[in-house]
Design a protein around this ligand. Structure first.
Ligand SMILES: C[C@H](OP(=O)(O)OP(=O)(O)OC[C@H]1O[C@@H](n2cnc3c(=O)[nH]c(N)nc32)[C@H](O)[C@@H]1O)C(=O)O
Ligand SMILES: O=c1nc2n(C[C@H](O)[C@H](O)[C@H](O)CO)c3cc(O)ccc3cc-2c(=O)[nH]1
Ligand SMILES: [Mg+2]
Length: 298
């Protein structure tokens, strides 16, 4: 069993390679839920839906959210009648979200996800990190705002002082999935708001220490390929580069993969991490993704 820890965007790119190398039924993906909330009357589990669509080959891989070839008739109509949607939700995507909203009136988040991923004929296991509601709050110089307000309305521009969220407990099966894995892969998602909240849940580090773990850096040098991770790392006092990411994972990480161009960091990465390797971690083509998957998998 291979277990992958995922947020949005970065890890799903790697998942497109991993799913070509690992039998789908031998794959478990544990997904961040701290962006989950109701938007326009539907429950949006953004990172979950991105992973589901990626595993079902439905993902819009220009934006890494929503379904490819979707239409936006409802979104445009809402705008016309004076209802502005923060999250631009496509019509096919909205159908999945409406169904999830209804399912969650009867089932837990993880049960609702299982019903939906089975219907999408996804053989891999997809687990939310937790069934409990909690959201990342971004403290900027003059406000405390939701993640989406920071990311979309403010285009990640404000200076970040702190990143906070109410701790949550693991969904059932999360700890066992990690403990029973031959390998746990930490994808190149945002270390602060996507991966660390999974790791910090009770029992997760203890479980990670029992298995072989591999992580891929989301940084190339001092910049991230996308998103506000660098600002968050700086706000929390971590070095804003691959070395800072290693500091977050150092209690359990066995193998760390950084970009070929980042060889200068090799000797300053925490010595607890037994193996640091250089590779192409810029995941543009499916070959990039499959090649990296082969390098990661034992
Ligand atoms: C908005 C989102 O950013 P954020 O929510 O901060 O982070 P995610 O966990 O959703 O993932 C973005 C994360 O992934 C890294 N990334 C993206 N593409 C690549 C890649 O080709 N290689 C690689 N090593 N890392 C990648 C990126 O640096 C971010 O930190 C968002 O960015 O959409
Ligand atoms: O930055 C955006 N992110 C959008 N997201 C993605 C999400 O809010 C985050 O940007 C990603 O999860 C990255 O963390 C959506 C996710 C969905 O599941 C459905 C619709 C959207 C729409 C947007 C959007 O309009 N802009
Ligand atoms: Mg994200």
């Amino acid at each position: 069993m291979i277990t992958v820890l995922s947020g949005g965007t970065g890890t799903p790119k790697l998942l497109q390679g991993i799913k070509e190398v690992v039998k789908p039924e031998d794959l478990t993906i544990i997904v961040n839920t701290l962006e989950n909330n109701y938007f326009s009357g539907v429950y949006v589990a953004a990172d979950i839906d991105t992973v589901m669509y990626t595993m079902a080959d439905l993902i819009n891989d220009e934006f890494w959210y929503g379904q490819k070839d979707d239409t936006f008739t409802t979104h445009e109509t809402l705008e016309k009648i004076g209802y502005h949607e923060t999250l631009k939700i496509g019509d096919k995507d909205r159908a999945i979200k409406i169904q999830k909203t209804e399912l969650m009136k009867k089932y837990s988040l993880q049960e609702a996800i299982k019903i939906q991923k089975d219907a999408l004929k996804i053989k891999s296991t997809i687990l939310p990190m937790s069934n409990e509601q909690s959201n990342v709050k971004i403290k900027t110089t003059d406000a405390i705002m939701d993640f989406h307000e920071f990311l979309i309305e403010n285009q990640s521009k404000p200076e970040v002082i702190d990143v906070m969220y109410e701790p949550v407990t693991p969904a059932s099966g999360v700890i066992e999935a990690i403990e029973n894995s031959d390998q746990v892969i930490i994808g190149p998602s945002n270390p602060i708001t996507s991966i660390n909240p999974i790791i910090q849940m009770p029992g997760v580090i203890k479980a990670l220490k029992k298995v072989h773990t591999t992580a891929v850096s989301p940084f190339i040098g001092e910049t991230v390929v996308s998103g506000p991770a660098a600002k968050f790392m700086k706000a929390l006092g971590f070095p804003v580069n691959p070395v800072g990411v290693a500091q977050i994972y150092k209690d359990f990480l066995n193998h760390y993969i950084i970009n070929t161009s980042d060889d200068k960091y090799i000797n300053i990465i925490d010595e607890n991490i037994t193996k640091v390797s250089l590779d192409n971690i810029i995941l543009k083509t499916i070959d990039d993704k499959i090649n990296l998957a082969h390098k990661i998998l034992l």
